[in-house]
Design a protein around this ligand. Structure first.
Ligand SMILES: Cc1cc2nc3c(=O)[nH]c(=O)nc-3n(C[C@H](O)[C@H](O)[C@H](O)COP(=O)(O)OP(=O)(O)OC[C@H]3O[C@@H](n4cnc5c(N)ncnc54)[C@H](O)[C@@H]3O)c2cc1C
Ligand SMILES: NC(=O)c1ccc[n+]([C@@H]2O[C@H](COP(=O)([O-])OP(=O)(O)OC[C@H]3O[C@@H](n4cnc5c(N)ncnc54)[C@H](O)[C@@H]3O)[C@@H](O)[C@H]2O)c1
Length: 464
C-alpha cells in the first residue's frame, strides 16, 4: 500500500531541502527522498569544498599583497592542512547533521532512488532493492540536480577523468593537471590546485576567452590572474582524443592542433547534465534526460493538474545553489497556496566567482541587455579610484561596471572584480532587484574609506 503525504520531494540537495523545509514549516506532511547524501552536490562536491580549497590561497594571496604581512608569510601554503580543512567542511562526507536538521524540520526522509510512477506517485527503490510507493495529495517537487557532463571525445570516459567530485575531493595534489573547460568550475579549480602546489596546471578552453558569460573585462582580469598564478591558459583549443590505458597512470591528450599534452590527471569542467534520465519523466508525458521546463510558479510545463514542480539545477534556469534555494522557497509557498513568481531568475541573479581576484555579478551584462533591446548606458571605473583599495592591499587590479536602463534610470546589472568583492555584491543585488532609481542611490552614501566608495565614483561617472 502507498504511503500518503501532502508533498513528496525527490532529491535532497539545497533545492530539495528548501522546498521540503518550506512546505513542512507550512504544516504539510512532507517526505524528502534522497539516494545519496542529504545536502546534495553543493555541500560535498561543489560549492563548499571548492570554496574551502580556494579560501586559504586567497588569504595567502592577500597577505602577499600587504606590506608587513608579505614579509611574514614567505612559505608556500601547507596543502595537507588545506585538504584537512576541506574534509572538515564536508563533514567527512557524512550527512548526520543534515539528517538531524530534517528531523527538527519534521520531514520524513526516505532513503533511496525516487522515480515518478504516474501522476502524484513516487516509487522509491532502496539500496537493498526494496521498493516503497509514496503518493502526494498536493504536489511532487523534482529537485534531482545535475552531474558533470562528459562529452563523447574518444577515450575520455575510459580515461576515468576527474569530475567535480574528484576535482574538489582529491586527497593529494596532482603534479600535472589538465583542466578541460573555461567556465566557472575550470577557473576556480585550476587556480585552487595550482595554488596548492601542482607544478603544471593547463586550462583548455575552446572559445577565444574563458568565462564567456561575464562582462569581457571581468573575464580578462580573471584570465590574467590565472596566468599570473602560474596556470597555463590555452584558448581556442579543443581536445580531440584522450589516451590512458586501463584508466590509470599518465594521461595523453591530443589537441585539435595535433599537439599532445601529458598529465597525471584530467579534470572535465565542460558544464552539467541534468539528472532526469531515470526519474520516470516518461510516466507523466515528459522527456527523460532533458531539463524539466517550468513556468514562473515553478510548475512543470506540459503536466496536467499543476501538481509537479521542479526547482534547482534540474529545471536548467540558473545552475546556482542560491537560485535553486530561491526557487524552492517559492515552489513551497506556491504549494501552500500563494502565487509568487520567480522573476529574479531572469533579471536579478547574483553570482560570485571565488577566484582571486573575485568576480561578483548580478543582473544583465551589457550584451544581454542590448540583446533584449533595452536602452542601455554603461559606466565603468577602476577599483584604484578609491582610497579603500590601496589600504586593503598593494597592487590590486579590479573594476566595476554598471549597466543602466537609460530610460528608467535604474540598474540592470553590475559586475565587480577585485579582492573580496563577493561581499559587496548584495548592495548591487538590492539595487537591481529593487529597481532603485539612480537619483535615490545618490543618497545611499558609502562609508569612507571602504572599497564600496566605488559606488560614488560610478554615480559621478554617470553624471550625478
Ligand atoms: C565545482 C562546483 C562548484 C560550485 N560552486 C558553487 C558556488 O560556489 N555557488 C553556487 O551558488 N553554486 C555553485 N555550484 C553549483 C551548485 O553546486 C548547484 O547549483 C547546486 O548544487 C544545485 O542544487 P540542487 O539541489 O538543484 O541539486 P544537487 O546539489 O545536485 O542535489 C540533488 C540531490 O538529488 C539527489 N538525487 C538525484 N536523483 C535522485 C533520485 N532519483 N532520487 C533521490 N534522490 C536523487 C542527489 O543525490 C542529490 O543529493 C557549483 C557547482 C560545481 C560543480
Ligand atoms: N562560484 C560559483 O557560483 C560556481 C562555481 C562553480 C560552478 N558553478 C555553476 O556550475 C555550473 C557548471 O559549471 P561549469 O564550469 O562546469 O560549466 P559552464 O557551463 O560554466 O562552463 C563550461 C565551459 O566548457 C566549454 N565547453 C563545453 N563543452 C565543450 C567541449 N566539448 N569542448 C570544449 N569546451 C567545451 C564551454 O564553452 C564553457 O566555457 C555553472 O552553471 C556554474 O554557474 C558556480
Amino acid at each position: 500500500m502507498a504511503d500518503a503525504f501532502d508533498v513528496v520531494v525527490i532529491g535532497g540537495g539545497p533545492a530539495g531541502e528548501n522546498a521540503a523545509g518550506r512546505t513542512a514549516a507550512g504544516g504539510l506532511a512532507t517526505a524528502l527522498v534522497e539516494t545519496e547524501l542529504l545536502g546534495g552536490e553543493c555541500s560535498y562536491w561543489a560549492c563548499i569544498p571548492s570554496k574551502a580549497l580556494l579560501r586559504p590561497p586567497e588569504v595567502h594571496w592577500l597577505a602577499r599583497h600587504s606590506p608587513g604581512v608579505r614579509e611574514a608569510v614567505k612559505k608556500p601554503l601547507d596543502a595537507s592542512e588545506v585538504l584537512a580543512f576541506r574534509d572538515k567542511m564536508v563533514h567527512g562526507y557524512d550527512d548526520k547533521g543534515q539528517a538531524e536538521w530534517a528531523r527538527h524540520a519534521k520531514l520524513e526522509v526516505v532513503r533511496g532512488h525516487g522515480r515518478l510512477a504516474g501522476p502524484r506517485t513516487v516509487r522509491v527503490t532502496s539500496r537493498d532493492g526494496a521498493t516503497r510507493e509514496l503518493t502526494a495529495r498536493r504536489a511532487v517537487v523534482l529537485a534531482t540536480g545535475s552531474r558533470a557532463r562528459i562529452p563523447d571525445i574518444p577515450g575520455l570516459r575510459e580515461a576515468k577523468p576527474w569530475t567535480n567530485r574528484e576535482g574538489t575531493g582529491a586527497g593529494k595534489v596532482p603534479r600535472r593537471l589538465v583542466v578541460m573547460g573555461g567556465g566557472v568550475v575550470a577557473a576556480e579549480l585550476s587556480q585552487a590546485w595550482k595554488s596548492l602546489g601542482a607544478e603544471e596546471v593547463t586550462l583548455l578552453q575552446r572559445s577565444e576567452h574563458i568565462l564567456t558569460r561575464l562582462e569581457p573585462f571581468a573575464a580578462e582580469l580573471v584570465e590574467k590572474a590565472l596566468r599570473e598564478s602560474g596556470v597555463t591558459v590555452r584558448t581556442r583549443t579543443q581536445v580531440t582524443r584522450v589516451h590512458r590505458p586501463g584508466g590509470q597512470g599518465e594521461v595523453t591528450l591530443t589537441l585539435d592542433s595535433g599537439e599532445t599534452l601529458r598529465a597525471d590527471e584530467v579534470l572535465v569542467a565542460l558544464g552539467r547534465e541534468v539528472a532526469t534520465r531515470d526519474v520516470g519523466l516518461e510516466t507523466v508525458g515528459l522527456t527523460p534526460g532533458k531539463p524539466v521546463e517550468v513556468d514562473d510558479l515553478l510548475r512543470a510545463r506540459g503536466v496536467e493538474g499543476g501538481w509537479l514542480y521542479a526547482c534547482g539545477d534540474v529545471n536548467g534556469r540558473n545552475l546556482l545553489t542560491h537560485m535553486g534555494k530561491y526557487q524552492a522557497r517559492l515552489a513551497g509557498d506556491n504549494i501552500l497556496g500563494r502565487q509568487e513568481e520567480a522573476w529574479a531568475d531572469a533579471r536579478a541573479t547574483p553570482q560570485v566567482i571565488f577566484t582571486h581576484p573575485q568576480v561578483g555579478a548580478v543582473g544583465l551584462t551589457e550584451a544581454e541587455a542590448r540583446e533584449r533591446g533595452l536602452p542601455v548606458r554603461t559606466v565603468q571605473v577602476g577599483l584604484d579610484s578609491v582610497a579603500g583599495t590601496s589600504l586593503l592591499g598593494q597592487g590590486f587590479e579590479g573594476g566595476v561596471k554598471l549597466v543602466v536602463d537609460e530610460q528608467r534610470r535604474v540598474l540592470l546589472g553590475a559586475t565587480f572584480v577585485g579582492p573580496g568583492v563577493g561581499e559587496m555584491l548584495h548592495a548591487a543585488t538590492i539595487a537591481v532587484a529593487g529597481e532603485v532609481p539612480l537619483d535615490k542611490l545618490w543618497h545611499a552614501v558609502p562609508a569612507f574609506p571602504a572599497v564600496s566608495e566605488v559606488w560614488l565614483r560610478l554615480l559621478e561617472a554617470y553624471g550625478l
